[in-house]
Design a protein around this ligand. Structure first.
Ligand SMILES: [Zn+2]
Length: 681
């Protein structure tokens, strides 16, 4: 067969995959999956080997085929690819519903769960079966035929809506730019941002400098450009993306999509017997009730409020005395905040940039995980990828055994979704012949690419982002669980999945680690002690204000889903919830035209709906886990090994609370997080 998606191969042949291959391959794979289910169900007595393994085998083929397609849709988007991708979404959600509501399959899993064999299975295998039974219930196995049908329709529509939300946001982000031809309008901007803007203009055959709504282009303007007009222009463009406001008002408007998403999520939750979608969300999470989640968030907000207000008052006072600015607008705040930070700590993100060249940062990251977990990481060249800038690596453990491999795609470019993330290309599992399939990960960032003959230079924030994503990467790659569905990040509750990622960030702040993560790209000297002292002093600058911002997003997301009422119809419900949450918790007043929610891809376009709180929830775990390293040594081999064997290797095979306790020796406590953030509470 000439379809590269249907050729069994070790790694996807990205350069061979064309949009026209996608739908036929997905149809072919789904047919194979359904056939395998029918064959399996001819058995009378169900066992791990005759039920779970064969279904796993075909499901794995489908996910390995879909993974590169979905990844390419995110990182080299085109109209043709997008159409092909979207044409498969209904097929995939129909298949998901077919499996989730398959009575025969459900009874087979139930029979296995009730059997003597179940008692003999290991913890991970039992978890696979328990999760399967839970997921049947969450897919409406208990519903009558009409409700099952409705469930399927709703799920399919939800997946379309999320995809459209993301498309609108991507298109809106790229539809707006500001072209500057008079250099005096760029006063205050660092050279790196000016050079990048000149490069962007050149790429689009424009004069002067071009600024876009991609973060590496947008953020330096907000922080450094002393021209308020440019800041305002870009700010308006950014916070009104895909909405009814701003320069492209109405053109990519997500308003109706968001309302329909909420309505259908609520309907889905009620179909399944939950009161609201927030309840459904936590059915698969570590948190045990919606009250527990809101109580947790509100407690943090209360502890941060006074200090957050003080953070804001200080910027206002500073702008007034130093710059005679009395009425700070939303687009002024990051600028004066940065100015205050510089005056107080005499340091800016840009000054650190020359000390973080790509090669040093990446090799320093590898050194950190070598010291912590004994990993050896080697680059492999001549691998078929989706773009020439992408690199590929192999990960070996202390005993020189292969653990996993990953793609590293660091730079921002057109047609690539913004932000940073880790995704799985393949998961660890044991094959029918006893061999192990090793995990493969995608690590994606959006940093500035090298300009001229200079290496790519990162800000410290970007270094932290890279460590974060790599933390997800090692969670996925180091797993020793062979039962698919609970190996690596698979099956880890979402409110615990950020534990390893936020955990690894901590080493970006440790002098002992920074000594080998940093090196001036011209002089070769490591980050000077004096600069490091300033960075550490500045670390918790405005931390309470930032904490409140994250809590505002989390509470908004959770309340909006929890309190939704379908009747009476209220087209401005989302805005009302957001306004109410802001009035209660935010210290910074949002501009009237601000439509932040229309670009909140995590909850409308991705899987974090009624789950954005997960970041803060997991941060408690990661801060508390790191505090054991603070107590016993940040490169303590025994503690590193305990984290490896109790958390990273276990994947989703056990409840996170159990794994955490095994590592820490007690339940998680909130104190370490507050202490790390410098919040006195
Ligand atoms: Zn993350």
């Amino acid at each position: 067969m000439s379809n590269p998606l249907l050729v069994a191969s070790d790694l996807p042949s990205f350069s061979q995959i064309k949009p026209e291959h996608i739908k036929p391959a997905v149809e072919h794979a789904i047919t194979a999956c359904k056939k395998a289910i029918a064959t399996v169900l001819k058995e009378k007595t169900f066992t791990w080997d005759n039920l779970v393994l064969p279904i796993d085998e075909v499901d794995d083929s489908l996910s390995k085929l879909w993974s590169p397609v979905s990844h390419m849709n995110s990182v080299i988007n085109s109209d043709e690819l997008r159409d092909a991708y979207e044409s498969c979404l209904p097929l995939l959600s129909e298949y998901g519903t077919f499996v989730g509501q398959h009575q025969g399959l459900f009874e087979a899993y139930q029979q296995l769960a009730d059997s003597d064999e179940y008692q003999q299975l290991d913890i991970a295998q039992k978890k696979v079966i328990d999760n399967a039974l839970r997921d049947f219930k969450l897919s409406g196995i208990a519903l009558n035929d009409d409700d099952k049908k409705r469930y399927g329709e709703v799920v399919t529509r939800l997946s379309e809506l999320s995809s459209t939300f993301g498309n609108n946001l991507l298109d809106a982000t790229h539809a707006y730019s500001v072209n500057i031809t008079d250099k005096s309008e760029l006063a205050g901007l660092p050279d790196s941002a000016i050079e990048a803007a000149a490069e962007l203009a050149k790429e689009q055959e424009k004069q002067g400098w071009l600024f876009t709504l991609d973060i590496p282009s947008y953020l330096p303007v907000m922080m450094y450009c002393s021209n308020p007009k440019l800041r305002e222009q870009l700010y308006r463009g950014f916070v009104t993306r895909a909405s009814d406001q701003g320069p492209n008002a109405g053109e990519f408007d997500n308003s109706d999509i968001m309302n329909e998403l909420l309505k259908l999520r609520h309907e889905l939750a009620q179909l399944l017997g939950f009161n609201n979608f927030a309840e459904k969300s936590i059915a698969t999470k570590m948190a045990s009730s919606t009250d527990e989640v809101l109580g947790f968030l509100e407690n943090l907000a209360v502890k941060s409020k006074a200090q957050g207000q003080q953070d804001l008052n200080e910027v206002k006072a500073f702008a007034k005395t130093e710059f005679s600015q009395t009425d700070l607008q939303a687009w002024d705040l990051p600028y004066y905040s940065e100015k205050l930070k510089q005056s107080r700590y005499a340091i800016s993100d840009e000054e650190c940039r020359p000390y973080f060249p790509e090669n040093k940062v990446v090799s320093g990251l590898f050194e950190v995980v070598n010291r912590l977990f004994g990993l050896q990481i080697n680059e492999i060249s001549n691998i078929d990828t989706w773009h020439k800038d992408v690199k590929f690596f192999e990960v070996f453990d202390r005993d020189n055994n292969l653990r996993g491999r990953f793609y590293l795609d660091l730079y921002a470019r057109a047609h690539k979704r913004g932000g940073a993330w880790m995704d799985d290309c393949k998961s660890r599992r044991e094959l029918a012949n006893g061999d192990i399939q090793y995990p493969v990960a995608y690590l994606t960032c959006n940093f500035n690419k090298p300009i001229g003959d200079k290496p790519a230079l990162f800000t410290h924030d970007e270094v932290v982002t890279l460590f974060h994503e790599f933390g997800h990467g090692i969670h996925h790659m180091l797993t020793q669980i062979n039962a698919s569905g609970v190996s690596g990040i698979d099956g880890v509750p979402w409110d615990a999945v950020e534990l390893p990622s936020q955990f690894l960030e901590n080493w970006c702040w440790e002098p002992e680690a920074l000594a080998f993560i940093s090196e001036h790209f011209e002089t070769g000297e490591p980050l000077p002690q004096e600069m490091l002292d300033k960075m550490l002093a500045a670390k918790n600058y405005q931390s309470a204000m930032q904490m409140l911002r994250q809590l505002e997003f989390s509470i908004f997301d959770f309340k909006m889903h929890k309190d939704y009422q379908p009747e009476p119809k209220n087209p401005v419900y989302i805005q009302e919830v957001l306004n109410q949450v802001r009035s209660e918790y935010a210290v910074v007043k949002a501009a009237d035209f601000n439509r932040f929610q229309h670009g909140f891809g995590h909850i409308f376009g991705g899987g974090y709906s009624a789950g954005y709180y997960s970041y803060k929830w997991a941060e408690v775990l990661s801060a508390d886990a790191f505090s054991r390293f603070e107590e016993e040594g940040i490169f303590n081999e025994k503690v590193g090994n305990d984290f490896l064997t109790n958390i990273l290797e276990k994947g989703g095979s056990q409840e996170p609370s159990v794994l955490f306790k095994a590592f820490r020796g007690r339940e998680p406590e909130i104190d370490a997080l507050l202490r790390h953030c410098g919040i006195k509470g």
